[in-house]
Design a protein around this ligand. Structure first.
Ligand code: 2RA
Length: 329
């Protein structure tokens, strides 16, 4: 079994290699691809040294899976090459998430959709995947009609550059120096910025609308309505989300907690409030503080945290590959 990783030197690409090793994916060969300036760099997986190459048709040919951790533009460029190679492309960008025939998958929720792929499978947006992991067990008890969510998104969502910008700002500000933000639309150190993604005509951002558009596809709820505000916070990794969910029938808190505790990939936390630090660098989504919505008898309020680089990106992609290996004939 041969795997390729596009964007292997980035935060998500490196995490994919670690997840492949941790999950003992039976890879005979792993090829790591990145831009020209990274060619020749060394990465490690399963005790082997891997040398970064530029992706070419010849180098992609013969691979069984290609995991993508590149921008939308690069993903669109590489897709035809991966398709030509015959590999299954598991893409972390948002380029194909809404395309008919491209399954959008969180394995614990709709893993079976991955089996209906035509060569391309999309990995959801990080804050969407983490929120849905917390809410899917409630949806299994009674269908979700609406979600009203506020996200608290770590800087890792903007890749290595986001992490470096927060570090650089904290260092500079503590020394009394100035720092010109390049990644975020303002100072993120000691601050929060309610602006992630690009603005849309309805006043929301692309990032905010992903929660509805991707939520509908993953949960198989075409009429799901979502109002979302996405906020960047000065946390290195792990996103947090506060979500108020309204279901067709009222769901008792105890039943919701029981379903969440039993859901693979979720950890119900009842003895404290889960924080992003608690599940930083962990695959599980932590869920807690389940309360009644005081404005709607069919509503519940849920707090959750999930590692953006892992469950929000790399681990989910590796899990999709694992699901296919376990379920394909
Ligand atoms: C972010 N959700 O946190 C994005 C990354 N896909 O910026």
């Amino acid at each position: 079994m041969k795997i390729g990783i596009l964007g292997a030197t980035g935060a998500v690409g490196r995490q994919m290699l670690q997840c492949i090793e941790e999950r003992q994916i039976p890879a005979d060969e792993i090829r790591v691809f990145a831009s020209k300036r990274s060619v020749g760099k060394k990465l490690f997986c399963n005790g082997y040294e891997l040398t970064v190459e530029e992706a070419t048709q010849d180098r992609l040919n013969g691979l069984d899976f290609v995991l993508g951790a590149v921008s939308n533009a690069l993903s669109k460029k590489f897709r035809p090459m991966v398709e030509k190679s015959g590999a299954i492309y598991i893409d972390n960008s948002s380029a194909f998430r809404q395309e008919d025939g491209v399954p959008l998958v969180v394995p614990e929720i709709n893993g079976a959709d991955a089996l209906k792929n035509h060569g391309v499978i999309a990995n959801p947006n990080c804050s969407t995947a983490i929120t849905l992991m917390a809410l899917a067990p409630i949806n299994n008890l009674s269908k979700i009609k609406t979600i009203n969510a506020c996200t608290y998104q770590a800087v890792s969502g903007a890749g290595m550059g986001g992490i470096e910008e927060l570090k650089g700002e904290v260092d500079a500000l503590e020394k009394g120096e100035t720092y010109e933000p390049k990644v975020f639309p303002g100072q993120i150190a000691f601050n929060v910025i309610a602006n992630i993604g690009s603005p849309l005509d309805n006043g929301y951002t692309t990032e905010e609308m992903k929660m509805q558009n991707e939520g509908r596809k993953i949960l198989h709820l075409p009429d799901l309505k979502v109002t979302c505000t996405c906020v960047r916070v000065p946390v290195y990794r792990s996103h947090s989300i506060s979500a108020t969910v309204v279901t067709e029938e009222p769901v008792a808190i105890a039943d919701a907690e029981k379903a969440i505790a039993a859901f693979k990939g979720d950890v119900l936390v009842t003895d404290k409030t889960p924080t992003p630090l608690d599940n930083s660098d962990k695959d599980d989504v932590y869920v807690g503080r389940i309360r009644r919505d005081l404005t709607n008898p069919n509503g519940l309020v849920v707090w959750c945290t999930g590692d953006q680089i892992r469950k929000g990106a790399a681990s989910n992609a590796v899990q999709i590959m694992e699901y296919l290996l376990d379920h394909q004939a």
